[in-house]
Design a protein around this ligand. Structure first.
Ligand code: DAH
Length: 346
């Protein structure tokens, strides 16, 4: 009797103090298992005299039931504890600020190109495109620059090899300017029209802070019955005013490009000093921005349009240069180095 009571107290303690489901299982095995201590006692009952056996047997069974009940309760509470612990560990604080990650952004040249397209769009200009790998005809001949013309030296050209050495094949090159898009457009569309043609161009040149072997240009073309350089000046002034967000002046200086007559270099008032004179404009108050002129009759002819019926202006400028002025970027090569510290600023 004594040992059964001791055993029960001992087992109760072991069950109540079990700190984990594993420890509880061990305690259950130690007391209630097949060769556990209580089972051991039950096995000795058969050696006891009849009356003792009955009372002890009843008590031992009661003890077993009690211990099983205690073990079941302890199991339940341990499971609850473990679950609560898990909930605590896995708790998500939805009020914590999230992890910041970097979104991609637009390249400054993309931003400015879109700005330019939007502004010209508001003035009724459509956007046209042409191929970057161009034929000699569109890049030069159709623009009144035949093979033996000294003006070809104005554009250092990447020629593309003709691998089949087919003497009849058109010579191919990387376009040196966006002007060939003029010819392609005139061939396919009936005037009047006004277009811009932004795109990448290539020059076989040494690079420095203001020269790259590839950069972006924007070509403009407006053709009608009586389109003049006065119209051009107005368009350019309006465009620059909207792009730079302030009043801009434009002046034309006579110049030579084979595909226009007359031809001009276009200056705008210096963005830096507003025309008063500074180091950027070399104290002239003016900065060169574009080439322009009245479309040469030979260009109309090579595109299949009668120059007696139509006239118009054309212009071209470097998008990179405009971006450099707008964002005050000192070196054109920065656009193409993909330095994230540079790109993140836009
Ligand atoms: N295509 C010329 C260049 O790349 C720029 C240019 C000058 C375009 C005069 C024009 C123009 O349309 O009329 O240097």
């Amino acid at each position: 009797m004594h040992s059964l009571e001791d055993l029960r107290a001992e087992a109760e303690r072991a069950i109540k103090q079990a700190g984990s489901l594993k420890a509880l299982r061990d305690a259950e095995v130690a007391y209630l298992g097949r060769s556990g201590k209580l089972t051991q006692i039950l096995k000795t009952l058969k050696d006891l005299p009849e009356d003792k056996r009955r009372t002890m047997g009843a008590e031992a069974n009661e003890t077993r039931k009690l211990l099983e009940l205690l073990a079941a309760e302890r199991t339940a509470s341990l499971k609850r504890e473990e679950y609560e612990q898990k909930l605590k560990l896995e708790r998500i604080d939805i009020t914590r600020p999230g992890k910041r990650y970097h979104k991609g952004g637009l390249h400054p040249l993309t931003i400015i190109r879109r700005d330019i397209e939007r502004i010209f769009g508001s003035m009724g200009f459509a956007v046209a495109e042409g191929p970057e790998v161009e034929t000699e005809f569109y890049n030069f001949d159709a623009l009144n620059i035949p093979a033996d013309h000294p003006a070809r030296d104005m554009w250092d050209t990447f020629w593309i090899k003709n691998p089949k050495r087919d003497p009849k094949a058109q010579r191919l090159l990387l376009r040196t300017h966006t002007s060939p898009v003029q010819v392609r457009y005139i061939q396919k569309h009936a005037p009047p029209f006004r277009i811009i043609a932004p795109g990448r161009v290539f020059r076989y040149e040494a690079t420095d802070a203001s020269h790259e072997i590839q950069f972006y240009q924007l070509e403009g073309l407006m053709v009608g019955r009586d389109i003049s350089l006065a119209n051009f000046k107005q368009v350019m002034q309006t465009f620059l005013g909207k792009l730079f967000g302030k009043e801009m002046k434009v002046r034309l200086r006579p110049s030579y490009f084979p595909f226009v007559e007359p031809g001009a270099e276009v200056d705008m008032s210096c963005v830096q000093c507003g025309g008063h004179g500074c180091s950027v404009c070399k104290h002239t108050g003016w900065v060169e921005i574009a080439g322009a002129g009245m479309v040469h009759p030979k260009v109309f002819q090579s595109a299949g349009l009668n120059p007696k019926d139509w006239q118009g202006f054309a212009f071209g400028f470097g998008i990179d240069r405009v971006a450099m002025m707008k964002y005050k970027i000192p070196d054109i090569r920065m656009f193409y180095q993909n330095d994230i510290r540079f790109l993140r600023q836009f």
